[in-house]
Design a protein. Structure first.
Length: 543
């Protein structure tokens, strides 16, 4: 067909579009996009999951365009071409990844695994890059075409929303993080320390005295998190950064959290506040051990018991009756199933059995107010003031002053109270020593940080809390989890109900000599079921 004839045909189509309204418009789109035939008869829009041939054809076209570096073309085979084009363009322009070869694996339905081999070249340095990922082919909502369901992980499995790939001189020098014994801490040896090591490098890389290298990194533009290195093209000179981590405790923590999904644990040294171990086993990579914000269940009774003792409401051997139910401002609270009531119970007995109703019944005694638990948490335990300086990002706990049913719920670690395992490990450390020593991972002397301060507990209050935790570990709800541990031991269990979850979150905090630890397992059940064994495993190392 000559140029003049082709122009005439196209002109004719426009004439039909103007004169024939919607019919002409549909034919134009169909003819030019390939969705319709040359004759202008609209092809039937396909529905249902893409078939095997469609999956194979779509992925082949997508991979071919990606390999050639034609980002716009590759993006056109996805269901979000704008986002796909940005990331695929950055793959070549910002990450400097070339010589891409993609080998698809065997499709599982509409999901296709594949291997990527390429080269990263920057500033005269280059290294091979290889990784595996997968994609899913879906049906386009408006076109009915088979399209790649766009996710950042299609480009690289480490990428999430708002992430991108960049190769350049590293933003901060590398660090050689070492534990309290001088041994080197690496992601390979301690995988769950990975995000913390990245955060420490981001904050202390320059202070540690190293020089930057050249790296391919994941840049987390969405949340301001530090870059995640993927490949080093040229080594920088690492600076040495000493942390408070105990390799033996860390190894135990890493192993323990692997037993239970969605688990986190922290261990601290009560006499100093040094963080001895921090480990997470989570699908989202979140450092819930330091930053988690969740109801701590009955582990909160440590603070509530301190409030009752400090305000003269009762004492360890004083009355704390444990009825079957307790009503607070029209809301009924119950105990764990099969717990026997005990109207003659002492605070120690109700604490070690974790009787909810005993604590609910006492929180309206004079001189307690809506703010009493908040004051105890802030002034005695150093919580909730947003001023902890641990060396990395951490949550400081939240115990708001509330009225109504939430005041009662807060006393047993529900309602609006929120904690992290780091917070509860610190609570135990304060309870057994009487002194609040803000936890830290890197010495404040390195950068002149001012640790948070709090009054701590009276000696008599601390002595009673410590003894009640001892009884809980040897005769109460923590007995099974703490069995076999020698030395001076104590603990408190907790389970926190979460709306929509079939099982409660499992909480546990305990001490052994000069080490305190706390753990949380999402939907882990009772405190001793999941979190308890994790804490016991860490305490067993002795720090």
């Amino acid at each position: 067909m000559g140029k003049g004839v082709k122009a005439a045909v196209i002109g004719g189509v426009f004439a039909v579009m103007v004169g024939g309204a919607g019919y002409g418009t549909y034919n134009l789109i169909s003819a030019l996009s390939g969705d319709g035939g040359i004759s202008g008869v609209a092809a039937e829009k396909r529905t249902g999951p893409p078939g095997e041939d469609e999956v194979k054809e779509t992925t082949a076209k997508f991979f071919a365009a990606w390999q050639k570096g034609t980002a716009a073309t590759a993006a056109s085979y996805t269901n979000n071409d704008a986002a796909a084009e940005r990331l695929l363009t950055a793959f070549g322009d910002d990450a400097h990844i070339t010589d891409v070869k993609i080998t698809p694996g065997t499709a599982q339905g509409t999901t296709v695994p594949y291997a990527v081999k390429a080269k990263v070249a920057y500033d005269g340095k280059s290294k091979p890059l290889s990784y595996r990922s997968k994609l899913t082919v879906v049906r386009g909502l408006t076109t009915g075409r088979a399209l790649v369901d766009w996710q950042p992980s299609v480009v690289h499995p480490a990428l999430k929303k708002d992430d991108t790939l960049v190769t350049e001189q590293s933003a901060t020098p590398p660090i050689e993080a070492v534990g309290r014994d001088g041994s080197v801490l690496t992601k390979d040896t301690f995988p769950s320390l990975g995000p913390l090591l990245d955060a420490l490098r981001d904050k202390y890389g320059e202070k540690a005295g190293g020089t930057p290298g050249i790296e391919l990194v994941v840049r987390h533009d969405g949340d301001g998190a530090p870059d995640t290195p993927l490949l080093t093209l040229a080594e920088g000179e690492p600076g040495k950064l000493t942390t408070t981590i105990s390799p033996s405790a860390q190894a135990a923590a890493e192993k323990a959290v692997k037993r239970f999904a969605q688990s986190s644990v922290v261990a601290v040294k009560p006499s100093t506040g040094e963080v001895l171990a921090v480990a997470n086993n989570r699908t989202d990579g979140f450092n819930a051990a330091f930053e988690g914000q969740a109801a701590p269940g009955s582990t909160m009774k440590i603070i509530t018991a301190a409030m009752l003792i400090d305000n003269g409401v009762t004492s360890m051997n004083g009355p704390a009756p444990c009825p079957d139910t307790a009503v607070w401002q029209s809301q009924t609270f119950k105990n764990l199933t099969n717990m026997k009531s005990d109207e003659n119970a002492t605070l120690a007995s109700s604490f070690m059995r974790s009787c909810n109703t005993a604590f609910i019944k006492l929180i309206d005694e004079k001189p307690l107010t809506d703010a009493s638990l908040t004051q105890e948490a802030e002034e005695r335990f150093g919580l909730g003031r947003d001023n902890w300086q641990t060396g990395v990002v951490s949550f400081d706990g939240r115990v708001p002053a509330v009225e109504g049913p939430d005041r009662a719920a807060g006393a047993i670690g529900q309602g609006q109270v929120q904690m992290s395992p780091l917070n509860m490990a610190s609570v135990t450390a304060t309870a057994i020593t009487g002194s609040f020593r803000q936890p830290y991972l890197v010495s404040p002397e390195l950068d002149g940080r001012e640790p948070a301060q709090a009054r701590g507990l009276r000696a008599s209050t601390a002595a009673q809390l410590k003894q009640m935790m001892r009884l809980t570990a040897t005769q109460g709800t923590a007995r099974q989890a703490m069995a076999g541990l020698g030395g001076d031991i104590g603990a408190k269990t907790g389970s926190a109900e979460v709306d929509g979850n079939a099982k409660s979150n499992s909480w546990f905090t305990g001490f052994r000599n000069d080490i305190a630890a706390a753990a949380m397992t999402e939907q882990g059940g009772h405190g001793g079921d999941a979190a308890g064994p994790i804490v016991a495993a860490v305490l067993r190392t002795g720090g």
